[in-house]
Ligand binder design. Sequence first.
Ligand SMILES: [Zn+2]
Length: 126
Amino acid sequence: MAKSTKKRPYWQSQPCPGWCGGWHSKSDARPDRNHYSRWEASIARSLEDAHVWHHGDERIASKHKAELYVMQHDEHHSAHVRLGMLSGPGGHGREYPLTRDEAERLGRALLEAADLIDGHHTGGVR
Ligand SMILES: [Zn+2]
């Protein structure tokens, strides 16, 4: 991949993982030396009232959302999933880091819960 032949900043010990779409700079502070996935998912959470504010006469509504992406600090050996539960302008909220296993278990549990709504009873994930 062409990306691996690019000149890396001094702090980057290995080429970017194949999924990284991040842009890295020699001036990145240590906590910011992360690889971020090009892939991301954003799911609007419609059951909560939108965050509404006014800019002059304009009424602006922003839905709450769940966002997902993959991240890995350059000094760590494994990536993890970031699940953000965000609200309002600028996406304020909280992000939850999940291991690969935790993300897979959460994904399966969400599918089971959704199937239950349709009347499909499954054995449960646990
Ligand atoms: Zn990277």
